[in-house]
Design a protein around this ligand. Structure first.
Ligand SMILES: Nc1nc2c(c(=O)[nH]1)N[C@H]1C(S)=C(S)[C@@H](COP(=O)(O)O)O[C@H]1N2
Ligand SMILES: [Mo]
Length: 320
């Protein structure tokens, strides 16, 4: 397989040194720093310091504060927007920021369909008006072993679900990313069975923590983070988030998901963050918060204990 997917990566590749060396060491190692900085086209210190200026995307006004927000310091805007997984554009971490730059997100239609009484198609502007937009500061844990804290903007996906009224047959929700070979150079590399799809059980999708997300850092989503809308499920590994979503489909049967199809022994349907269940090729016990020097312990459900009751009686080793 040509594509580099998490299962093919050595752990050392997962977090480049320039993201976790502290600034002083970094500046001391000037020669190494020059190479790393050239790689990302910016000075290494930028990754480690919160930026005072924002990127200049359209501001989202009147954001409501959320009780679900973590008080932790959030990761720099630069790291959140230049260390991405978005394989439709590139398999390198700094590739999506460049290659998704001209991705066209307007006009955009999201179709909500399947086992619902009131299927509906939305444009982004009307979808954004279904509920007050909240700022939700969530931890995000990638299956590859790095983590970030992101001030997302959006509202609970349950708002949309309640509006379309799932039928009694609806047990799962499938999410689909846009598929546009003209605009997505990463598709040519193959590897995943495009379009990117993900899925949740209906009760997981209804949990108030599950976010329909339109922005970050108080602005509309940058393309590389999944513009114009994506999901965020903070107690699951990052790949459960569906970027640039075009379809939400309610189903009776558990939907297939892109990563599970690509490698079923490494990526399960549930993908709950779980420090006691290792990835077959690396431990999940600890994580590297981008911008920090030492590793942190990974928390069960990424610290979102309020979801534990969704899994009562389930073997989370089998249902990884
Ligand atoms: N369509 C699509 N969605 C995707 C991915 C992707 O490659 N394509 N990568 C996933 C992974 S592995 C992670 S960690 C998050 C990264 O989101 P971020 O770049 O906003 O941090 O997006 C997820 N959603
Ligand atoms: Mo990820």
């Amino acid at each position: 397989m040509l594509i580099k997917k998490p299962s093919d990566m050595r752990y050392s590749e997962v977090t480049p040194k320039y993201l976790y060396m502290n600034r002083r060491n970094f500046l001391a190692g000037a020669a190494a720093a020059a190479g790393a900085a050239a790689l990302v086209g910016r000075s290494a210190g930028d990754w480690l310091e919160p930026r005072s200026v924002q990127a200049g995307g359209a501001k989202l006004e009147n954001l409501v504060k959320s009780p679900f927000s973590t008080p932790e310091k959030y990761t720099s805007y630069d790291a959140i927007t230049h260390y991405n997984n978005y394989y439709e554009f590139s398999t390198s971490k700094d590739g999506p920021a460049v290659k998704a730059q001209n991705f066209k997100t307007n006009p955009w239609t999201v179709s909500v369909e399947g086992e619902v009484s009131k299927p509906e198609k939305f444009d982004i502007a009307s979808l954004m008006k279904l509920a007050p937009l909240e700022e939700r500061i969530y931890r995000h844990r990638c299956v590859e072993g790095w983590s970030i804290v992101v001030p997302w903007v959006g509202y609970s996906l349950s708002v949309l679900i309640n509006r379309v009224q799932p039928t009694s047959k609806a047990k799962f929700v499938e999410f689909t990313t846009d598929l546009d070979p003209k605009q997505m150079p990463g598709l040519r590399e193959g590897g995943l069975d495009w379009p990117y799809t993900e899925g949740l059980r209906l009760d997981e999708a209804m949990h108030p923590l599950t976010l329909l997300c339109f922005g970050l850092y108080g602005e509309v989503l940058p393309n590389q983070n999944g513009a114009p809308l994506r999901t965020v499920i903070p107690w699951k590994y990052g790949f459960k988030c569906t970027k640039s979503m075009v379809k939400v489909r309610f189903t009776e049967k558990q939907p297939a998901t892109a990563w599970n199809k690509a490698n079923p022994t490494e990526y399960g349907f549930y993908s709950n963050v779980n420090p006691t269940v290792d990835h077959p090729r690396w431990s999940q016990a600890t994580e590297r918060r981008l911008g920090e020097f030492s590793k942190r312990k990974t928390l069960m459900f990424n610290g979102y204990d309020q979801v534990a009751s969704l899994y009562t009686g389930m073997d989370l080793r089998k249902n990884f």
